[in-house]
Design a binder for this molecule. Structure first.
Ligand code: DC
Length: 226
């Protein structure tokens, strides 16, 4: 059986995972999968239907009647919720919080992780998320943990939201508190939390440019599989 190259890029919110993962995938000419977008799509559905993303009793039946999939078009991921392309609707602060909450429900993660695993078993792929290396594809031998200080991540998130025309009127300090809360949520949930695995290569992007961070990852990939 052909062994595909699978690259897992895990880490907390706003560390630069998706920027790095996209660039690495482009450089290697392989697929990039943004797994967080799927949690975001489900959170969007819950919010639209007035369901609290924390309420597993209501989220589980919702999950059963939801189809989420991702398609890559010209290097850009489009995320579909029940056939609707929701890529442009899932980058708000409200959805970030909802996705973090909904991802704490084990049934949610089991379903979405299976979909992600099937992709990894069928193609060369760079995936970014929280538990790709620990839970989705633990057998993968290219694992990275990308992080940065909370303040730096808060600055980047505000900049990103600002660029999307979503000015929240928040200070860096306020955003840092929210980000730290999400870190706490993502790393203390019982089922498949965000962890820094001992075998994952640490890339601290606080003082790195994007190019430097991408080079740090590319330089450590087991290329014999490519
Ligand atoms: O990477 P992101 O900010 O788009 O992810 C949104 C939320 O989804 C994040 O707070 C935790 C959850 N998530 C997850 O649990 N597992 C993943 N592989 C990706 C995201």
């Amino acid at each position: 059986m052909k062994r595909f190259i699978n690259i897992a890029i895990d880490g907390p919110a706003g560390a630069g995972k998706s920027t790095i993962a996209k660039a690495v995938a482009k450089e290697l000419g392989i697929l990039y999968l943004d797994t967080g977008a799927m949690y975001r799509a489900l959170a969007l559905k819950a919010i639209r239907e007035g369901i609290d993303p924390n309420n597993s009793e209501n989220v589980i039946p919702l999950l059963e009647r939801t189809e989420i999939f991702a398609r890559n078009m010209d290097g850009v991921q489009h995320t579909y919720l029940d056939g609707e392309d929701v890529s442009g609707l899932i980058r708000t602060n409200e959805i970030s919080k909802g996705a973090s909450d909904i991802s704490a429900i084990p049934a949610v993660r089991i379903k979405l992780a299976q979909y992600q695993r099937d992709i990894a078993h069928a193609s060369d792929v760079v995936m970014d998320g929280r538990e790709i290396g620990s839970y989705v594809i633990p057998e993968c031998d290219n694992k990275f943990y990308v992080t940065a200080t909370v303040d730096e991540r808060a600055r980047r998130r505000l900049k990103e939201l600002h660029e999307r025309g979503q000015d929240l009127g928040k200070t860096v300090e306020e955003m840092a508190v929210e980000i730290a809360q999400r870190d706490h949520n993502d790393s203390t949930r019982e089922f498949a939390p965000l962890v820094r695995l001992p075998e994952a290569i640490l890339v601290d992007t606080t003082d790195l440019t994007v190019d430097e961070a991408v080079a740090a990852v590319l330089g450590r990939i087991h290329r014999e599989e490519v």
